[in-house]
Write a protein of this length. Structure first.
Lengths: 341, 452
C-alpha cells in the first residue's frame, strides 16, 4: 500500500514538473541574452557584470560564446524570447547574414561598434624573436608561391627559407578557424596584402593555405592556441592583443612591418593588423526585454569603454570621442543595417 | 615386465611434473601480468589525482587584505535607509527602497578603499599612482563594500576591520605563479604595485586566507579574484533535482514493466535492444536533440537548468533502466513464486516483495547514473549553458552555468596564471561531489542489502 501511494506521489510530481515547464515557457524573459565572438566575450562579460552591479533593477546579462559566425546565426534564428538579443561579432555582419536574418523576421539589426582590437603574432618566450611582414606570412602560409618566376607548391619549411632576415626555425603557424571573426581579419589584413606582392597569385588563390600540416586551425579559444604552442615549441600563434597582454610572461610578440603592437600603435593605426569590434542588437526586442537599451548605452559610456576604463584595462582599444558619439547616435536613432550592404 | 611398467610409470610422472611446472609458470606469469595491469591503472589514477591536487589545493587559499576601513560620512552622503512606515503599501516602500539603493550605488566606494590603503602604506600618493594602487585589490570589492553598507547602514562613521580580496595578479605574484625575475615589461603588475604587495604581505595586511569567495561568489570576469562556483553549483543542483525527479520514476517504472509484466516477444526484444543502443549514444547527440526540441520547438529558455535537466534525463534514463532490470533479474524466482503461491496478485508480488529486495541495486544504479550526469559537459555546451552568468539562479528557469561547464569556461579564461589553479580547484570540488555520491551509493547498498 505504502509503495503505491508514494508512486502516486511521484507521478503527481512528474506531471507538476512538466506542466510547470510548459507554463513558464510563456513567461517573459527578464535577462538580456548575448552570444557570439570569443574575442568580444571578455569585454561583454565585464560590461554585463558592471551593468548588473550598477543597475539593481536589471538582471546581469548572460553572455555566451560560439564565435562571431555562430552568434550571428543564433541571432538570425528569429524574434522571440528563446532567441538571443545581442550578437557579439569581431567582424561586420555579412550581407548573406542580413538576408538570413530578414528571412526569419529579424529586420531591425542595429549595429554598434565599440572599439578596436589588434591581432598579433606571438611565439614562445624561449624562442627567437620575429620581425614579420605580411609578405613573410603569406609566403609561409600560402599553398602556392613563386620561385624563380614560376608558381610552385609551397617549398618553404623554415622561416629562414622565406627570408634570410628571419630566424632559422620550423614554420608552424597556428591560426583561428573560419568560425572566428579573427580569421577574416587575418586573411584580409595579412594574407591578402602579402598576396598582392606576389603578382602571379590572384583572387581566390590568395586564400588557399597550405595543407601539409604547417598551418594549424584552432576552432576553440586562444587558450587552445596557447596549449598548441606549449606542445609545438616552434609554432607561432595568432592571438588577440588582449590575450597576449595577459600572458606576456609566456609569449613574445612579433613586430609587423617593424611596428610593435600596443594600445598606442593600434589606436593610431600604425600597426596594420587591427579591426573594429561590434555587437548587433535586435531592435524588435528593445521594448520587450528589460535593460537591453540601457545595456547598449552603458556599453558605449566613456566610463566603461573609453580611455582609462575597465575595458581598456582588459585590452580593448577605445574609440575616440567622435566615433563614440556617432555610435551612440546611430543606436539611438535606431539605424537599421540594410540588406544591400 | 615389472621393470618396464615401473619405467613407464616413472616416465609418466616426469611428463606430468614437467607439464605441471609449465602450468605453474604460466599461472605465475598471468598473475604477474594481472597485478601489473592493476598497478598501471592505480599509478595513472595516482598521477592524475596528484597533479590536480598539487595544482588545485593552493587555490583554496588566496591573497586577502585584512584592514580597517572607515565608512566616511563625507563620502557616503546618503539619506537614512527607508523603513516601512505603517500604512504604506509594499509597492510604495519598494519604490522608496530601490531609489535609496540607486543612490547608494552612486556613492564612490572606491575612494574609501583607496584611503584605507593609503593609510596602510603610510605614503603620500601622487594622483598618477592611483592606478597602481587600485591594481592591488579585486575591483569588485567596492560592490561588496556597498552591499555591506546597504545591509547595515549603522556602519556610517565607524571604522571596522574588513576582509577584502587582493586582485588576481597580486595573488599570482605573491604565490610565485609568475616568474618573479621577469623584466617589468613582461610582468602583469607595475614595479610599484609589486613592491607594495610585498610590503603589505610582510606586514601581515595581506594574508593567504581560505577563499570563501570560491564557494560563495558567482563567476566574475571584471574581477577574476572574486570568481566562484556558487552559480554553477546551484545550476548543477537544479539539474540534478530535475534528473532525479524525472529519470528515476520513469526509468524504474519502465524497467519493472519490461521485466515483470511485459510479454516476451519480438516487440519487447526490439525495445530492449534499443534501450541498450540508447545507453551507448554519445552524450553530445542528446545535446543536439535538446537544442532542437526543447529550445527550438518547445520554446524553453536558453541556458536554463530546466533544459539541461531534461537533456541529462534523456541521457540517464537508459542507464537507470538497465541497472534496474539487472537488479530485478538477480532476484531468485522463488521469491515471486512463494508470493504468488500464498495468493498475492502480480502487482502485490512486485511491490511488496520484489522491489524492496531490488532497492539497493536500483538506488546504486540511479545514483551512479546521476553522478555521471553531474559531470556531463558536452550536451550542455549545445544548449547555451556555456554562457557567462553572474547571477545565482533562484529557479530552474533562470540562466545558469553548471559545474563541469564552469571548469571548461575557467580553463578557457585568458588570465592563465590565475585560472590554471582556479580550474584545478573547481575540478577538486566536482570530484569531491562525485566521490561523495558514489560513497552514498555504496552505503545505501550495504544498508539495504539482503542476503540469503
Amino acid at each position: 500500500m505504502t509503495m503505491s501511494v508514494s508512486k502516486q506521489a511521484l507521478g503527481v510530481a512528474v506531471v507538476a514538473a512538466l506542466s510547470a515547464s510548459v507554463s513558464t515557457s510563456a513567461m517573459a524573459r527578464e535577462t538580456v541574452q548575448i552570444a557570439g565572438s570569443s574575442t568580444v566575450l571578455p569585454f561583454a562579460s565585464i560590461v554585463a557584470e558592471e551593468f548588473g552591479n550598477t543597475f539593481s533593477q536589471f538582471n546581469t546579462p548572460v553572455v555566451g560564446s560560439g564565435g562571431s559566425g555562430g552568434g550571428l546565426r543564433q541571432f538570425c534564428q528569429g524574434v522571440g524570447e528563446n532567441t538571443i538579443d545581442i550578437a557579439n561579432s569581431s567582424r561586420a555582419i555579412r550581407s548573406g547574414e542580413v538576408a538570413n536574418c530578414n528571412e526569419n523576421g529579424v529586420n531591425e539589426i542595429l549595429e554598434v561598434m565599440f572599439g578596436y582590437d589588434g591581432i598579433v603574432f606571438a611565439s614562445r618566450i624561449d624562442r627567437a624573436e620575429f620581425e614579420l611582414t605580411p609578405e613573410h606570412v603569406f609566403k609561409a602560409a600560402a599553398a602556392q608561391v613563386t620561385v624563380d618566376g614560376e608558381l610552385v607548391a609551397n617549398p618553404y619549411t623554415r622561416w629562414s627559407d622565406v627570408d634570410s632576415s628571419l630566424p632559422d626555425q620550423e614554420i608552424v603557424l597556428v591560426i583561428p578557424a573560419s568560425n572566428h571573426g579573427t580569421r577574416e581579419v587575418f586573411e584580409e589584413k595579412v594574407i591578402h596584402i602579402g598576396c598582392e606582392s606576389v603578382a602571379e597569385v590572384e583572387g581566390d588563390a590568395c586564400n588557399n593555405l597550405r595543407g601539409d600540416g604547417r598551418i594549424v586551425e584552432i576552432a576553440g579559444d586562444y587558450t587552445e592556441t596557447l596549449a598548441r604552442l606549449d606542445a609545438q615549441a616552434d609554432a607561432i600563434g595568432v592571438f588577440g592583443l588582449s590575450f597576449y597582454d595577459q600572458n606576456r610572461d609566456r609569449l613574445q610578440v612579433a613586430t609587423v612591418n617593424g611596428v610593435v603592437p600596443s594600445l598606442e600603435t593600434i589606436g593610431s593605426g600604425e600597426y596594420p593588423v587591427s579591426r573594429p569590434l561590434f555587437f548587433y542588437v535586435k531592435g524588435e526586442h528593445l521594448d520587450v526585454i528589460p535593460g537591453l537599451a540601457e545595456y547598449t548605452e552603458f556599453f558605449l559610456n566613456d566610463m566603461i569603454s573609453g580611455f582609462g576604463s575597465p575595458l581598456e584595462d582588459a585590452g580593448l582599444i577605445p574609440m575616440d570621442e567622435a566615433e563614440r558619439a556617432e555610435a551612440l547616435e546611430q543606436f539611438q536613432a535606431r539605424t537599421v543595417v540594410s540588406p544591400a550592404e | 615386465m615389472s621393470i618396464t611398467i615401473e619405467q613407464r610409470r616413472q616416465h609418466r610422472l616426469m611428463t606430468i611434473e614437467k607439464s605441471l611446472a609449465t602450468r605453474h609458470r604460466k599461472e605465475k606469469r598471468f598473475r604477474r601480468l594481472g597485478l601489473m595491469a592493476v598497478m598501471t591503472g592505480m599509478t595513472l589514477v595516482a598521477i592524475l589525482f596528484a597533479s590536480i591536487l598539487m595544482r588545485g589545493v593552493p587555490a583554496f587559499w588566496q591573497a586577502t587584505f585584512f584592514m580597517e576601513l572607515y565608512f566616511d560620512p563625507e563620502v557616503i552622503q546618503l539619506e537614512e535607509k527607508p523603513e516601512r512606515a505603517s500604512g504604506e503599501s509594499p509597492s510604495d516602500f519598494n519604490q522608496r527602497l530601490s531609489a535609496w539603493q540607486t543612490q547608494a550605488g552612486l556613492v564612490n566606494w572606491q575612494v574609501l578603499i583607496d584611503r584605507a590603503l593609503e593609510d596602510k602604506l603610510s605614503e603620500d600618493l601622487e594622483p598618477s599612482q592611483l592606478r597602481d594602487l587600485r591594481a592591488l585589490l579585486a575591483s569588485n570589492e567596492r560592490f561588496t563594500l556597498r552591499n555591506k553598507f546597504m545591509d547595515d547602514p549603522s556602519l556610517l562613521g565607524q571604522t571596522i576591520e574588513v576582509k577584502m580580496l587582493a586582485s588576481a595578479n597580486v595573488d599570482v605574484w605573491l604565490k610565485g605563479n609568475i616568474d618573479r625575475d621577469l623584466a617589468d615589461a613582461r610582468q602583469q603588475l607595475s614595479a610599484q604595485t609589486r613592491a607594495w604587495a610585498d610590503q603589505l604581505y610582510e606586514e601581515g595586511i595581506i594574508r593567504n586566507a581560505f577563499s570563501t569567495a570560491l564557494f560563495l561568489n558567482t563567476d566574475s570576469r571584471s574581477s577574476p579574484a572574486s570568481a566562484g562556483l556558487a552559480g554553477a553549483f546551484m545550476g548543477s543542483l537544479f539539474m540534478m533535482m530535475i534528473v532525479i525527479a524525472l529519470s528515476v520514476p520513469l526509468g524504474v517504472a519502465s524497467a519493472v514493466y519490461l521485466e515483470e509484466f511485459a510479454p516476451k516477444n519480438r516487440l519487447t526484444d526490439i525495445i530492449e535492444i534499443n534501450i541498450n543502443n540508447l545507453a551507448a549514444v554519445p552524450s553530445i547527440v542528446f545535446g543536439l536533440l535538446g537544442a532542437s526540441i526543447f529550445i527550438g520547438y518547445l520554446g524553453l529558455p536558453l541556458s536554463a537548468p530546466l533544459v539541461g535537466g531534461l537533456v541529462l534525463t534523456l541521457m540517464t534514463l537508459p542507464t537507470i533502466i538497465i541497472a534496474t532490470r539487472a537488479s530485478l533479474r538477480s532476484i531468485p524466482p522463488s521469491i515471486r513464486q512463494a508470493a504468488l503461491g500464498i495468493g498475492a496478485s502480480k502487482v502485490q508480488t512486485v511491490f511488496h516483495h520484489v522491489l524492496p529486495i531490488a532497492l539497493p541495486g536500483i538506488l546504486t544504479g540511479s545514483i551512479l547514473g546521476v553522478a555521471q550526469a553531474l559531470g556531463e559537459t558536452a550536451p550542455l555546451l549545445l544548449i547555451g549553458m556555456n554562457a557567462f552568468v553572474a547571477n545565482v539562479p533562484s529557479t530552474p528557469f533562470e540562466q545558469s552555468a553548471a559545474l563541469p561547464v564552469q571548469i571548461y569556461l575557467w580553463q578557457g579564461n585568458e588570465l592563465r596564471n590565475f585560472f590554471e589553479a582556479r580550474t584545478s580547484a573547481a575540478i577538486i570540488v566536482l570530484l569531491a561531489l562525485m566521490l561523495s555520491l558514489n560513497a552514498l551509493a555504496i552505503w545505501l547498498r550495504k544498508k539495504f542489502e539482503t542476503r540469503w
